[in-house]
Structures are given as structure tokens and as C-alpha cells.
Design a protein around this ligand. Structure first.
Ligand code: MV4
Length: 508
């Protein structure tokens, strides 16, 4: 099989993931090309890449979603491959196809694989054929109201009505009672029509106490497919993941082996190439069902990298070059436990409203077992146009308890001023008894919201005392200096302000 080395990658993305991809490229000796919008002229990915090209105005549909413009830059810069990251064009079959047509390697799956998994009814049918368990429900689009009633009587209430073109929670309706069936069906279809231009819906039995568990897979062009175990992603709010961990605290060795084999079967059935994720829903009895497949690198990929010891971006690039996977399933093992917290610029006390603005101070956590994938710097203004995620903090430990304590310590060290962030909320999640116990489901945040919105307790009271002692010492010295200096030169007002700022940055 032909291997075509990649020498220059264009990253069709921004923010932390663009920086993340450039890092692996640099280690592999691959040149990098950044693209940026008006709002991203001063963004980190522009500074970090080998070269950078402006592609348009700030709104994504005028820049990061412009296929023609991005392909034009790829050719102009001599890039032989494009990495789409996540979001934006990463699951756009048309983009994958256009890259192929223009002779540029798309670091991701074929347009056919993207399309086959993008349509959820097609994906369900593919999985049934491959012997992968799916949620009991319809295998065809439900068009008439009679059909819907008939199917729901067979499946039994409660059910979920889902848009075939949807995914990630968009265009979903939970139906609990017979009298709501028709209005829910109409609502789901009109919402799907507006959002996706396609009103096809299907119906599934509602899984109570759902746990979101996904499997990372890698597949090469030679037909080798492996899984890199699971990620537990049930800590979410409004279908936005907040904390992810691996291994899942509810998983058993037997179920993991069986689910892993099903994840590999799912990827093979999709004719998949590259890195992908098979999303399952699991109930409290560890019954699991295929939900959807994400045909891209996921935000939470670093926890898998840490526990399995594989650089997923590097492997994506190696696969795109035509190389076979350098390991077999039996070479892969989980070592220890990793947790990821997503740090958002948001006001948790004000309904989690995005809080973009200028970073006046930032100190990122460091130390053994800690990784911080970010892109902001002191003086940087987070633009209003894109996702308000500032960074991802990943902590590793030999055990789950150690990983939680290390995450707790890292969140404590993390100081950001200028914008409101979710750091304190995440500290509360680490302290929540339901999180510590580990059996939580996707209702965890709403069930624990009162606890989570309280101020985290100061773990070490003595540190407050040390801080006060330092403050007293400082003011005493200032007073001494003042007494020995002439009145004109004792302009320490700005020092006081500066000290106040530093003190405010360090949470008491
Ligand atoms: C479900 C479900 C219960 N039963 N399907 C939400 C996102 C989309 N990927 C599928 N989702 C769900 N589908 C059946 N048949 C519950 C959810 C769900 C959920 C799933 C994963 C993570 C978080 C969730 C939050 C609420 C509902």
C-alpha cells in the first residue's frame, strides 16, 4: 500500500485544539499552516504555527466554515494535508470530498463514512447489521402520526423522538404520556426541519438513569481497527460535557471487553479510517446501546492519551499518510486514572452565561500528572464569536482517588483574572459526594445544583494565615520605607493598588 509522507499540515481550526495539533506536528517534523479570522489576529494558534493566513471576518460562517477559502490557502501555502480539529468543518462530508478532489489529504474519514454516520437512521441500521446493540425503536423514518402511535405502543412509554439529521441532543423530545405524543412529534419534526432542513425523525425507548460512555477507536487503511477503551462523559449540562474521566467508575472488565469489541465492529461496519468515537448509553444494570458515532477527534481525547499512552493526533496523521497502526489490540492497556475538567469563560452564578473578555492575569497549574491544554495568555481578549472554552485541565493518578485529589490541587492552583470562569464550580464537582462515589448518571449536575453553586471550602486554613502574615509584613516594610524617604518619592499608591490586585488574584 502506498505511503505518502505529509510535510505540511493546514489546521482548519482555532483555539486550544489548533495549538494541540500544531504540537504533534512539530514533534513529527511537519510544517504547520494556521488560518485565522479578524477576531483571531492575536490568537495563540497564529503565533504558534509556522505560517498563518487571514481567511475572513470574525463570524465562523465567513471564515472557519469557508471551504473554498481554506482550500485556496492550502494550495497557496503548499500544504499537503488538512486537519479539521473538532467542530467547524470536522464532520462535514462535503469538505472531506472537496479535499480529496483537490488532491489534499483530509486527516479524517471518507465523505461516505461521515455521511453514513451523520444520518442517525442509517447509522442505526448499519449497527443492527453489524450486531451492535441499539436502543429498541424504529429502523425507518416515522412520517405519519398513525405510524408514530403504532410504534410507540409497541416500544412502550416513555420514548425519545429524535431527528435523524440531529445528534448531540439537538432535535430531541422525551415523551412520557400518550396525550403528548402528537404535539411532541410535530414539535420534533418542525424543529428538525428548521435546524437541519430535514424533518425525518425516529423513535427510541427512553433509557432511564442514562450514563454516557464512549469508546475511542483508531482504524487504518489496511483494515486494522483497535479501541482505546472508554471515557465516562456523564457529567454534562444541557448536552455540554463538563468533566470526563477514564476508566469509567461503573465499568467492569467483562463489559469493557464486550463493549470494546462492539465498538470495533461499529467502526468496521462504517468503513471507518482514522480516529473516531462510538457513543453508547448505559443503564444502571450496565445494559448498553449504540447512540451515535462521532467521526472526529473529540475535545476529551487527552484523558485517553494519558491512560493508554498514545498521542491520538500523531496516530491520525500516521494513518492519513497510509501507515498501518503501530500496535494491535493486545498491546493496549489502561494505566491509572485520568480526569478532564473543561474551563469555560462563563458566569456560573448567572445561568452559566458566557463571559468573554480580557485576561488580566493567568497562572496555569503545573506539576506531576498535570496537563493543561489551553491557548489564552495574559492580555488576550477572548472573542465573543466562538466557544467560550478557555482550556482543558487533565489530571492523572494511579487510582481514581489520587486523580481527583490531583485535579482538586490543580484547580486550586489555577488563577484567572479578568473573566469569570467555571473553576470554582469544577472544584465543587470534585468535592461532591455523588461524584466521589462514582455511580453518577447524566442527571448529576441538575440533581446536585445547590451543592455545586456553593463556594468551595478553603482546604488549608493555614494558607490564609500565611497570606495575612505576608501582607502585614509587606505593609510594615512599606511604612518603614515611607518614614525614611522624602514625601515626593513616597508615591507608593500604585504599589498598594498592585498589591491589592495580586491579592485579589489569589483567592482567600
Ligand atoms: C437518549 C437518552 C435516553 N434514552 N436516548 C442526549 C444526547 C444524544 N447524544 C442522545 N441523548 C440521550 N439519548 C434514549 N433512548 C438520554 C439522552 C441524554 C443524554 C445522553 C448522553 C449524555 C447526556 C444526556 C443528557 C440527557 C439526555
Amino acid at each position: 500500500m502506498e505511503i505518502k509522507p505529509i510535510t505540511k499540515v493546514l489546521i482548519a481550526n482555532r483555539g486550544e485544539i489548533a495549538v494541540r495539533i500544531i504540537r504533534s506536528c512539530r514533534e513529527m517534523g511537519i510544517h504547520t499552516v494556521a488560518v485565522f479570522s479578524d477576531a483571531d489576529r492575536t490568537s495563540m494558534h497564529v503565533r504558534y504555527a509556522g505560517e498563518a493566513y487571514h481567511i475572513g471576518p470574525s463570524p465562523s460562517n465567513e471564515s472557519y466554515l469557508k471551504i473554498d477559502k481554506i482550500l485556496e490557502v492550502a494550495k497557496q501555502s503548499g500544504a499537503d494535508a488538512i486537519h479539521p480539529g473538532y467542530g467547524f468543518l470536522s464532520e462535514n462530508a462535503e469538505f472531506s470530498r472537496r479535499c480529496k478532489e483537490e488532491g489534499i489529504i483530509f486527516i479524517g474519514p471518507s465523505p461516505e463514512a461521515i455521511m453514513g454516520m451523520g444520518d442517525k437512521i442509517t447509522a442505526r441500521r448499519t449497527m443492527i447489521k453489524a450486531g451492535v446493540p441499539v436502543v429498541p425503536g424504529t429502523t425507518d423514518a416515522v412520517t405519519s402520526e398513525e405510524e408514530a402511535l403504532e410504534s410507540i405502543r409497541q416500544i412502550g412509554l416513555p420514548v425519545m423522538i429524535k431527528a435523524s439529521a440531529g445528534g448531540g441532543g439537538k432535535g430531541m423530545r422525551l415523551v412520557k404520556e400518550e396525550s403528548k405524543i402528537l404535539s411532541s412529534l410535530r414539535g420534533a419534526r418542525s424543529e428538525a426541519k428548521t435546524a437541519f432542513g430535514n424533518d425525518a425523525v425516529y423513535i427510541e425507548k427512553y433509557i432511564d438513569s442514562p450514563h454516557h460512555i464512549e469508546f475511542q477507536i483508531l482504524a487504518d487503511r489496511q483494515g486494522n481497527t483497535v479501541h482505546l477503551f472508554e471515557r465516562e462523559c456523564s457529567v454534562q449540562r444541557r448536552h455540554q460535557k463538563v468533566v470526563e474521566e477514564t476508566p469509567s467508575p461503573i465499568m467492569t472488565e467483562a463489559v469493557r471487553a464486550e463493549m470494546g469489541a462492539h465498538a470495533v465492529a461499529a467502526a468496521k461496519a462504517a468503513n471507518y479510517e482514522g480516529a473516531g468515537t462510538i457513543e453508547f448509553i448505559m443503564d444502571d444494570n450496565l445494559n448498553y446501546y449504540f447512540l451515535e458515532m462521532n467521526t472526529r477527534l473529540q475535545v476529551e481525547h487527552p484523558i485517553t492519551e494519558r491512560v493508554v499512552g498514545v498521542d491520538l493526533v500523531r496516530e491520525q496523521i500516521r494513518i492519513a499518510e497510509g501507515n498501518p497502526l503501530p500496535f494491535a489490540q493486545e498491546d493496549l492497556h489502561q494505566s491509572g486514572h485520568a480526569i478532564e475538567c473543561r474551563i469555560y469563560a462563563e458566569d456560573t452564578d448567572n445561568n452559566f452565561m458566557p463571559n468573554p473578555g480580557t485576561i488580566t492575569h493567568i497562572t496555569e497549574p503545573l506539576g506531576f500528572g498535570v496537563r493543561c491544554d489551553g491557548y489564552v495568555y495574559e492580555g488576550y481578549t477572548i472573542p465573543i464569536y466562538y466557544d467560550p472554552m478557555i482550556s482543558k485541565l487533565i489530571a492523572w493518578g494511579k487510582t481514581r482517588e489520587e486523580a481527583i485529589e490531583r485535579m482538586r490541587r490543580s484547580l486550586y492552583e489555577y488563577k484567572i483574572s479578568g473573566v469569570k470562569t467555571s473553576i470554582k464550580f469544577l472544584e465543587r464537582i470534585m468535592d461532591a459526594p455523588d461524584f466521589r462515589k462514582g455511580g453518577y448518571n447524566t442527571h448529576f449536575i441538575e440533581d446536585n445544583i445547590d451543592f455545586l453553586l456553593q463556594e468551595p471550602e478553603c482546604a488549608f486554613e493555614c494558607e490564609n494565615l500565611a497570606l495575612i502574615a505576608a501582607f502585614v509584613d509587606y505593609t510594615t516594610k512599606l511604612h518603614d520605607i515611607e518614614q525614611t524617604m522624602s514625601p515626593e518619592s513616597s508615591r507608593h499608591g500604585s504599589d498598594w493598588k498592585e498589591f491589592g490586585r495580586r491579592l485579589a488574584a489569589w483567592r482567600l
